[in-house]
Design a protein around this ligand. Structure first.
Ligand code: 5AD
Ligand code: SF4
Length: 419
């Protein structure tokens, strides 16, 4: 979502004002840092980066902080780094042209509604279009700062989404990536009286766009993975067969403390149903280790879910206490060394599982959208998310081709037969 916000920032500045991009910060008239606040590390990095940019920038150049940390720290950024010119929070992106002309300005209104705003167009990838379908999040996961930085959930009207995708396809996009904190909760609230459709219906409507080859989305919530959603996912041929199912923890007690709204059993049942309905599906997940109060047994339960589901992709994190969240007040903090040890065990299990899953892909044929070139190889994603490499003389960027996989090599599958 931050990448899409950055595209919007640049689109507004280049069409409604006179900015262009430069790779040389010392020549820039305006420097924006688009921030994340989901864990603590990027927040501390912000202030050291601001200091660096302040040293190298032209004296009259402006410096702005955007994104979730801007929402969260607001005014206090100007106190700690007085040379910053403005602070522009997430879901206030459409105000960039205005705020870039002001000094010591702060725009972090959490109720600001951008769900019907017509952003100017800019896309970093010609083949894959990132398209927001909702903003904010209505959940209250106790570890998560996002509802406090992106505000409550509003769906973007279907017509705006479909028109945006059609325009991207007209300009050559083959794939769309639908974005939201909770994509499969789409349609619960609109800010106007538009046609009220839900996520499965939105997927069906998008899949009827001619020229669009593939649909992906990020991130769905396991709680809203009902049968109808899984049916559409399974049977709609344009939907890439990779599902993100953020587990967070495999222990029902911890899930309850996290306020995730599902149990370990629900998650296991949904994942098993998904594997059964969609042969060849790959499943990704997010896991937090060392949430306050996580016992050895709770952690073992997370490993057990991993053994049962055998995720093909795992993003794993040590719990990081965040301001404004309920978990930050909970007792039972886990020692940092123990947290690191748990993370290492979990990641070793995942590496083992992934290399087995990848080895099992050898001999299969996959449809790949090639997106980049590195030396003699072109790289792209297969129908079920694996990164696939093929010789550049057999395929080119921007093509969708069938590739037979001959070997698995550190994070990528290698294919040589290209048709
Ligand atoms: N500490 C660690 N990880 C977190 N995430 C969200 N909040 C925290 C936190 N306080 C992780 C979750 C989420 C992913 C985007 O970031 O796993 O799914
Ligand atoms: Fe955060 Fe939970 Fe919302 Fe995801 S669903 S953004 S983890 S509060």
């Amino acid at each position: 979502m931050n990448v899409r916000d950055s595209e919007h920032l640049f689109a507004e500045l280049s069409t409604r004002a006179d900015y262009d991009r430069t790779d040389r910060p010392e020549e820039a008239d305006l420097i924006l840092i688009n921030t994340c606040s989901v864990r603590e590390k990027p927040v501390s990095k912000l202030f050291s980066e601001l200091g660096q940019y302040n040293r190298i920038k032209k004296p009259e150049a402006k410096l702005g902080v955007c994104g979730c940390t801007a929402s969260h720290l607001g005014e206090s950024i100007l106190k700690r780094a007085p040379y910053v010119n403005f602070v522009l929070g997430a879901r206030n992106v459409s105000k960039i042209v205005d705020i870039a002309q002001r000094d010591k300005a702060v725009e972090i209104d959490l109720d600001h509604d951008e769900s019907t705003y017509h952003f100017s167009e800019h896309r970093s990838s010609p083949y894959q279009a990132l398209v927001n379908i909702s903003i904010g999040c209505d959940k209250e996961c106790t570890y998560c700062i996002v509802p406090h930085t992106r505000g409550s959930e509003v769906s973007i009207p279907p017509k705006l989404i479909i028109d945006e995708i059609k325009r991207a396809v007209d300009r050559g996009a083959l794939e769309v990536m639908l974005l939201g904190q909770n994509v499969n909760n789409y349609g619960r609230r609109f800010s106007g009286p538009e046609a009220r459709i839900d996520f499965p219906e939105l997927l069906e409507q998008i899949s009827r766009i001619e020229g669009l080859e593939r649909i992906r989305f990020q991130s769905p919530h396991p709680l809203h993975m009902d049968d109808r959603f899984l049916e559409v996912f399974a049977h709609n041929e344009k939907i890439v067969k990779h599902m993100h199912m953020p587990l967070q923890s495999g222990s029902t007690a911890i899930l309850r403390a996290m306020k995730r709204g599902y149990s370990r059993e629900w998650f296991l049942e949904r994942a098993a149903r998904l594997r059964q309905m969609v042969p060849g599906v790959t499943i990704g997940t997010d896991i937090i280790v060392a949430f306050p109060g996580e016992s050895d047994r709770d952690f073992e339960q997370t490993l057990d879910v991993m053994r049962q589901v055998a995720f093909e992709q795992v993003f794993s994190f040590k719990y990081s206490p965040r301001p404004l969240t309920k978990a930050a007040q909970m007792p039972g903090a886990i020692d940092n060394q123990e947290a690191s040890a748990r993370l290492a065990i979990l990641q070793a299990l995942h590496r083992e599982q992934l290399s087995m899953a990848m080895a099992a892909q050898v001999g299969t044929t996959q449809r790949v959208l090639f997106e980049s070139q590195e030396g003699e190889w072109v790289l792209g994603r297969g129908d079920n998310f694996y990164l696939i490499k093929a010789p550049a003389d057999k395929a080119a960027k921007g093509e969708i081709r069938s590739v037979q996989i001959v070997m698995a090599d550190r994070g990528a599958l290698i294919g040589t037969q290209v048709a």
